[in-house]
Design a protein around this ligand. Structure first.
Ligand code: KG4
Ligand code: ZN
Length: 360
């Protein structure tokens, strides 16, 4: 069995997989309640919470599966990219466990974990594919030719897709994470009436940009007297219990119009990339892949082109340790285990995939 640990951001996650990649248990302890009122993640709070949560989560995983350190063949850990304090907690914990169990420690790039996450739910998926990793920290359009063989076509030049959702939600007065809130507001509003500008429109690029869109949303929110700066942030549930008002209608309209624009941006990039690099399989992955509007839009694009579209199951879109274990296992099977002294492994805020240069 392989034990996987993921603490790159605000979720503490531990999973156990058998050597065929079957998930035995996949536990996630979310810190959302600690961060939501700030409208984003507070790094110091995140790392402290990982420190207290990880041992409890591991105990739970072992108790639930009736296993222990003696059953492990390897330990996988996310070493990069992410919040350095959070990563350090996971890496240090994984190192000491690997040392105690006397098994190899396999460092995993969080972004590779996301890129391979759809394999957890789709056994028929195979390389090559055109994939978009859209998370709170990254927006990378990649051709995955094979394990470890990735070509970066484009990336965000400013905010990540998930970050844009989080910031727009915060402007409108909503707690972190913003993606699920915007999605719910948008689904309550059948007509999105605002035409926000499409960033990088007409440019021959596979890159993304969300900052101009974010400013356009901010201006719209200010113009309609909805922009929230210092007020206490609320949840979608609190918002939906408020009496109906023009402000509620306009808030939904802005959210739906933003959602529609993000859908257009993502679909356009896939279309452009497919023209130059025809592929038979599309993948959307990372936290933003949980968005049903994006899923539906890409599903339509794929079926129109008679190609396949995959996204991970809901639990495997956002951060989880199962994808880290799965990725480590693929490398382990091919003998890609670092030979150097793993006790020297360091956490890093950057990874090979996060730093790849665009080669389109
Ligand atoms: O992959 P992830 O869990 O963490 C990172 O690696 O960053 O992604 C978190 C991001 C957050 O920005 C969150 O707002 C976004 O994913 N997200 C969504 C949805 N669910 C989560 N964005 C759009 N629609 C959703 N349903
Ligand atoms: Zn992630």
């Amino acid at each position: 069995m392989i034990l996987a640990i993921e603490t790159s951001c605000d979720d503490s996650a531990v999973a156990l997989l058998d050597m065929d990649g079957k998930i035995i248990t996949n536990q996630i302890s979310s810190q959302t309640e600690l961060h939501e009122k700030y409208g984003g993640i507070v790094p110091e709070i995140a790392s402290r919470k990982h420190l207290t949560t990880l041992p409890l989560l591991l105990r739970h995983v072992f108790d639930q599966s009736g296993t222990g350190l003696k059953d492990l063949k390897a330990i996988a850990v996310t070493y990069a990219p992410g919040l350095i304090g959070s990563l350090l907690v996971g890496v240090s914990y994984a190192k000491s466990l690997a040392w105690m169990a006397g098994v190899p420690l396999i460092p995993v790039d969080h972004l590779e974990g996301h890129l391979l996450a759809p394999f957890l739910d789709h056994k028929e998926l195979d390389f090559p594919y055109l994939g978009l990793i859209a998370s709170g920290g990254h927006t990378h359009l990649i051709i995955a030719q094979g394990l470890g063989d990735y070509q970066l076509l484009g990336r965000t030049m400013d905010d990540a897709a998930g970050e844009a959702y989080d910031k727009v939600a915060k402007m409108l007065g909503f707690q972190y994470p913003g993606g699920p809130v915007i999605e719910k507001l948008a689904s309550d509003c059948p007509k999105a009436s605002i035409e926000f500008p499409i960033p990088l429109k007409g440019k021959k690029t596979f890159d993304f940009s969300f900052s101009g869109l974010k400013t356009a949303v901010r201006n719209e929110a200010i113009a309609r007297d909805l922009y929230v700066e210092k007020q206490e942030l609320i949840s979608y549930e609190t918002f939906s219990k408020k009496p109906e008002s023009d402000a509620k209608v306009m808030t939904r309209d802005i959210a739906a119009s933003f959602q529609k624009t993000v859908e257009k941006i993502v679909i356009q990039r896939f279309e452009q990339a497919l023209k130059v690099y025809p592929q038979k399989k599309l993948v959307l992955t990372g936290g933003v892949a949980a968005n049903r509007g994006l899923q539906k839009g890409l599903d339509k694009l794929a079926s129109g082109k008679k190609i396949s579209f995959y996204y991970p199951g809901m639990r495997h879109c956002t951060d989880n340790a199962a994808m880290i274990g799965y990725t480590a296992l693929q490398h382990l099977k091919r003998g890609n285990v670092p030979q150097n002294d793993y006790l020297r492994l360091n956490a890093s805020s950057r990874s090979p995939i996060s730093q790849m240069t665009v080669s389109a």
